[in-house]
Design a protein around this ligand. Sequence first.
Ligand SMILES: NC(=O)c1ccc[n+]([C@@H]2O[C@H](COP(=O)([O-])OP(=O)(O)OC[C@H]3O[C@@H](n4cnc5c(N)ncnc54)[C@H](OP(=O)(O)O)[C@@H]3O)[C@@H](O)[C@H]2O)c1
Length: 271
Amino acid sequence: MSLTFLLGGDLSVNRIGYGAMRLCAQPGNFGRFTDWEAGKRLLRRAVELGVNFIDTAHAYGPSCNEELIGEALAPYPAGVVIATKGGVEKTAPDKVFTDGRPENLRRRCEESLRLLRVERIDLYQLHRPDPNVPFADSVGAIAELRGEGKVRHVGLSNVTLAQIEEARGIVPIASVQNRYNLIERADDPVVDYCTTHGIAYLPWGPLAAKPFAREAPLASKHGALAWLLRRSPNIIVIPGTTSLTHLEANIAAGRMPLSDEEFAAITASAT
Ligand SMILES: NC(=O)c1ccc[n+]([C@@H]2O[C@H](COP(=O)([O-])OP(=O)(O)OC[C@H]3O[C@@H](n4cnc5c(N)ncnc54)[C@H](OP(=O)(O)O)[C@@H]3O)[C@@H](O)[C@H]2O)c1
């Protein structure tokens, strides 16, 4: 089993990534992470341990999650890939709404460039389709940013198979990020579609398989992360944690590949 994936056909990423969302104040991932220096140390440690794919979004914080990453890691070590998203706005811990208007996506993308301290965003994802904006207009806006060199690859999040196909008619799609884990597998057809088409699949909520965790700790050889990595070669996991101990355990767990028999047994036991 390969532990790397060629994102967008040209960025080699380790399939054990890191989701930075939790490095914000709580509740609601709203506001600056309270221990800013510890957040920076955690991000640097992740990279030191071989993580070279980090997922964030404008909405995390908002803005301050990207700011933390920029401050911790820029200038980025060679090969580190930062993925961010636009199209979701947060004005209070419990006030979250979509804004996929082209002008808003452009504004947020330009802010992300500044906060992440990059000249081009490796992977820019539409965070969620906006029911009030034609999907093609939102995707078209990101395609335009790509045309201008502000974005290298385009990704989608919280989308259906039909929306992925529609988007692929507008611009190459490098990744899809939907909720998926060992015990929530409604997105199986999307995982398979992405595998067929060489699109990275980033399951969010990978550790939400909590009931299963009672049988095998999340970060163990037979846990939810190892299962995801074995599920499909295009899956990149982005477990989120604020704990150095959990970070190290998650990375180590991903490096213990399951055999076919073990995979089949875990799949059956969680169905
Ligand atoms: N596209 C979207 O709409 C969307 C939505 C949600 C999330 N995401 C992305 O997905 C990433 C992951 O999502 P998530 O943080 O919600 O969920 P998650 O990774 O499934 O779970 C994180 C939770 O699990 C705990 N945890 C982490 N490692 C553990 C371990 N080894 N043992 C026990 N507990 C552990 C963390 O607590 P500790 O801090 O104590 O370790 C935290 O409470 C986010 O960072 C974000 O990048 C995307």
